[in-house]
Design a protein around this ligand. Structure first.
Ligand code: FBP
Length: 552
């Protein structure tokens, strides 16, 4: 395997663990709390999860636990989008298993959940694990977005687990994958097996968090990577003083990434979708607000700046949300008819008599290349893939138009030249920061302790993350604790609740207090690249979001 100099050195990095996990495995006992509930819909959830609902939270404490020396066979799945640190979850799990009993075995399911359904595995050996320690990516076994939810998929998964004689399956994924993990845990028990299922909180989006999960892994590294790039653009534009950079940031619906990057780099504007929805701002209003800032800066002699845009923005603008819903419904109803229409003009004509006039007018008002993105890119459920819509381009176009009108009216005399960027994939496979390396390794090791202790339907949890790693608190939380019922594709389904930006939370409030100053003046911060070697206050720092949420 070809490896870079940094990779070679990172192999030697020893992830820091909570003190309880660093000693002898047989000294890790479990302390149980009181029985748990769910966010809401408790009685319905109790009926769906008859065997796994209401279990107590588990915290690791010093004490005797002979179970941890058991010989175990475990399979692990990486599910969904890549997030830095996934390899370390697997390494932590592997090392825990081997520390407990050198005969224990870890299989990797190839290509995501479909690897379990189709029994595609690889036996993970020390040699393989050692090649991936402290590296980014999910390439050790690959990932995928197949869900394990139909009766056929659940039954095929059980067949595979039985064939491999597994004691447990670990699902490393986001809210949906962990919901599926909970269903799988229940299904295995219902079918008379003792095969356990443990989840792990992964996603760069940062939206899998709640009172039990302080952060999903990958958010730290991804935000730091994007912030490095944004900081570089800040310095570039402050040097040349001629461009406005419109930067769209990944993160699906939630604006956590945009908010964290704003706190790290202090751009002139950062749009927060959740706030725009709460204020029911129209697209026109959003554009107006951007123009006002551009004009103000121009009056101060600054015809340049930085604007951050969350990936899911358009879904939170009421009239665009309605347009998206109208398109989803109409096209889904007559999918066959629509799919044979190839030209954009014909598609628009077809839609003109089918979607409400207000939505049609909005679609018509968009630049044609953007309007086409609302029609072309649909996911397997027939929905618009909002992440593919070039919101940054859309906003640049609308701002340009509006400024031209204002120029004519004598309200603006500046020069506007804009460049669009989309930062997403650039951050998902970066070398994990020390924080993500440590956190992920601890999550993997904790998953081993939960399995060896015989628990199922739990998510591995490591808390107190703003303290030094030795003081982190490890354990497990029943997945059902984080659930409620939501409407999905016409039916009520159990789901782990997605955490959007809390407008009453400290990260947003801190941003809201400061943004006025950043808009008119130039207050950019340049955080630079992630540091792996050096003082702990630089190398081990958490995200600003986490420290605002948890540091007293
Ligand atoms: P997960 O929710 O699976 O963690 O994925 C996160 C994400 O990176 C989103 O931010 C983004 O919208 C999406 O994946 C992109 O998906 P894909 O990798 O399929 O292009």
């Amino acid at each position: 395997m070809n490896v870079s100099a940094l990779q070679k050195v990172r192999y030697g990095y020893k992830p820091k663990l909570p003190a309880i996990l660093g000693g002898n495995v047989e000294d890790i006992a479990i302390e149980f709390g009181s029985p748990t509930g769910a966010i809401s819909d408790k009685e319905e959830l109790r009926k769906i999860f008859k065997l796994t609902y209401g279990k107590p939270a588990a915290t690791f404490k010093t004490g005797k636990n002979d179970k941890l020396k058991r010989e175990l066979k475990v399979g692990v799945i990486l599910s969904g989008g890549q997030a830095p640190g996934g390899h370390n979850v697997i390494a932590g799990l592997f090392d825990g298993l081997k520390k407990g009993n050198s005969s224990s075995v870890l299989y990797g399911f190839k290509g995501g959940p479909s690897g379990l359904i189709e029994n595609k595995t690889i036996l993970l050996t020390k040699e393989i694990i050692d090649e991936y320690r402290n590296t980014g990516g999910f390439d050790i076994i690959g990932s995928g977005r197949t869900k394990i939810e139909t009766p056929e998929q659940l039954s095929a998964s059980l067949d595979t687990a039985k064939k491999l004689n597994l004691d447990a399956v670990v699902v490393i994924g986001g809210d949906d994958s962990n919901t599926n993990a909970a269903l799988l845990a229940e299904y295995f028990l219902e079918n008379g097996t003792a095969i356990q299922v443990i989840g792990c909180p992964k996603t760069i989006d940062g939206d899998l968090k709640n009172e039990h999960i302080e952060a999903s892994f990958g958010f730290d590294t991804a935000c730091k990577t994007y912030s490095e790039l944004i900081g570089n653009l800040c310095r570039d534009t402050n040097s040349a003083k001629k461009y406005w950079h419109f930067i769209k940031l990944m993160g699906r619906s939630a604006s956590h990434i945009a908010l964290e990057c704003a706190l790290q780099t202090q751009p002139n504007i950062c749009l927060i979708s959740e706030e725009i929805e709460e204020k029911a701002m129209s697209l026109e209003k959003v554009v107006d607000q951007i123009c006002q800032s551009i004009i103000k800066r121009s009056e101060n002699g600054c015809n340049f700046g930085i604007i951050l845009i969350p990936e899911g923005l358009v879904e939170f603008i009421p009239e665009i949300k309605k347009l998206i819903n109208d398109l989803n419904d109409t096209i889904a109803d007559e999918e066959k008819d629509f799919s044979v229409i190839t030209s954009f003009i014909d598609q628009m004509y077809w839609l003109s008599s089918r979607i409400p006039e207000t939505s049609y007018r909005i679609l018509q008002s968009l630049p044609p290349d953007i309007a086409q993105q609302f029609l072309v890119d649909r996911d397997p459920h027939g929905n618009v893939q909002v992440s593919r819509i070039e919101t940054e381009k859309l906003l640049i176009g609308m701002v340009e138009k509006k400024l031209a009108v204002k120029k004519k009216d004598g309200q603006y005399s500046g020069k506007f030249s804009a460049l669009g960027h989309f930062f997403g994939y650039e951050g998902r496979c970066a070398f994990p920061s020390n924080f993500d390396s440590d956190y992920c390794y601890s999550l993997g090791f904790s998953a081993f302790v939960l399995i060896a202790s015989g628990l199922t339907g739990y998510i591995s949890s490591v808390k107190n993350l703003t303290a030094p790693a030795s003081e982190w608190i490890a354990g497990g939380i029943p997945l059902t604790t984080m659930m409620d019922l939501e409407h999905r594709h016409g039916a009520k389904k159990p789901v782990i609740k997605k955490a959007l930006v809390d407008l009453n939370g400290k990260p947003f409030k801190t941003f809201a207090e400061k943004r006025g100053g950043w808009a008119d003046k130039t207050c950019f911060l340049v955080p630079g690249p992630i540091q792996y070697f050096g003082p702990a206050e630089v190398c081990d720092a958490t995200t600003i979001t986490l420290s605002l949420e948890y540091k007293s």
